[in-house]
Ligand binder design. Structure first.
Ligand code: ADP
Length: 375
């Protein structure tokens, strides 16, 4: 097996438990250069030459997830990208023999490799099996440890207990604020203090909400209420709401005027978009523009939130979707739950959340959701 990245000895390449493929980025049909043993097993390819096989043949099942287009973009831009928890819906002929009936789930990371002239010459594709993480909860499979289940139960309980006193703190703060404002200008300082109490109560409510959502999503107990709604209207409204805040970032929205009907839980999709916008702002400390693009792409709606912020180190691109994971670039404040929640909600809505990023240049998070039938 020649031409392994960085001349890694073939024996080591084959011993990796992650699936690794190297693709020739100079040809439009992205032929394979090398696959390691795990990758052959995943694809159920017999031993023998695969070199030269186009991506769309060996990885035919990835077309449904828009991966080929994503690869072409990586070749054009040189930007790495990651996809969290991509399910393999393999046909019987190419089903991994050790899991004959269940789908397997893989975190993907694609890194463009440049030649000495700076041209993207290869794509390094690494797939990590996260099936245990994705299916352990609620299915009786052995993956969720006793301590994880205890932690989920504890988090659910504690969030529930914090929520009711918090509701009265917020309610009384609002009431007091209204009364203080009625007392006139002389009490402006007191009014500001009451406002801080109210804002901080909101902040605790969001943290507690995230803890409880994450615990419920991990155990697959979060009830979604799908309905057909227009994603364009929803996104316009989130962006308007965002622009009404005192934040310094400007949001440029590019969305067609025509409706894009999807079927999902509108409140949860709104939560995801709000979080992606909040992250785009949080991780662009120099302010700057955030671009939000919404467009149809085949049978899907595609939403991208792009910032020009600090970016994410390439080796952490897939890990940022993990529960409680905060990357080495992370800034003060945050539990590392938002992207875990976002990714789970989108996956449960039949879509995908992916990220492309370059350190120092910014990040782009893309959500795809299946379009609803008009009827
Ligand atoms: P957090 O509360 O830590 O922001 P998230 O789950 O939203 O949690 O994000 C996980 C990690 O991913 C963050 O800690 C940060 O390191 C990284 N991250 C998320 N969004 C961005 C972004 N737009 N730019 C750079 N890094 C990001």
């Amino acid at each position: 097996m020649a031409m392994v990245p960085n001349d890694l000895p073939p024996i080591l390449f084959d011993q990796l438990s992650d699936a690794v493929a190297v693709v020739d980025a100079r040809e439009a049909h992205l032929p394979l250069i090398a696959l390691n043993r795990t990758c052959r097993e995943v694809l159920a390819l017999a031993d023998g030459p695969v070199a030269g096989q186009p991506w769309e043949v060996a990885f035919a099942h990835t077309a449904a997830h828009g991966v080929p287009a994503q690869l072409q973009r990586a070749v054009a831009t040189g930007e790495p990208f990651a996809i969290g928890s991509l399910p393999y819906t393999l046909g019987p002929a190419v089903r991994p023999p050790w899991r004959p009936h269940q789908p397997t789930f893989w975190d993907w990371q694609v890194t463009p490799l440049r030649d000495p002239a700076g041209q993207v010459a290869r794509l390094l594709v690494v797939m990590v099996d996260v099936t245990t993480r994705e299916t352990s909860a609620g299915t009786g499979m052995s993956g969720a440890t006793q301590s994880e289940r205890e932690r989920d139960a504890f988090l659910s309980l504690i969030s529930h207990e914090i929520r009711s006193p918090l509701t009265s703190i917020k309610g009384f703060a609002q009431l007091a604020l209204r009364e203080v404002r009625g007392l006139g200008e002389g009490h402006a300082r007191l009014a500001r203090q009451m406002r801080v109490i109210e804002q901080q109560a909101d902040r605790v409510a969001r943290l507690v909400g995230d803890l409880s959502d994450a615990a419920r999503l991990h155990e697959d107990r979060l009830a979604l209420k799908p309905a057909a709604f227009d994603l364009t209207t929803e996104i316009r409204s989130v962006v308007e709401e965002y622009e009404a805040t005192p934040d310094l970032h400007r949001v440029a929205l590019h969305a067609a005027a025509t409706p894009l009907l999807v079927r999902a839980d509108p409140a949860r999709i709104r939560q995801v978009i709000q979080h992606l916008l909040a992250n785009a702002a949080k991780y662009s400390p120099e302010a700057g523009q955030i671009a939000v693009t919404l467009e149809p792409q085949g049978p899907q709606a595609r939403l991208t939130v792009r910032d020009r912020g600090i970016g994410i180190p390439v080796d952490e691109l897939t890990r940022i979707f993990g529960r409680f994971y905060r990357a080495s670039n992370s800034l003060a404040g945050g539990l590392g739950l938002g992207l875990f929640i976002a990714q789970k909600i989108i996956a449960r809505s039949g879509g995908q959340l992916r990220v492309e990023s370059t350190v120092g240049q910014g990040s782009a998070f893309t959500v795809t959701l299946p379009l609803a039938e008009e009827a």
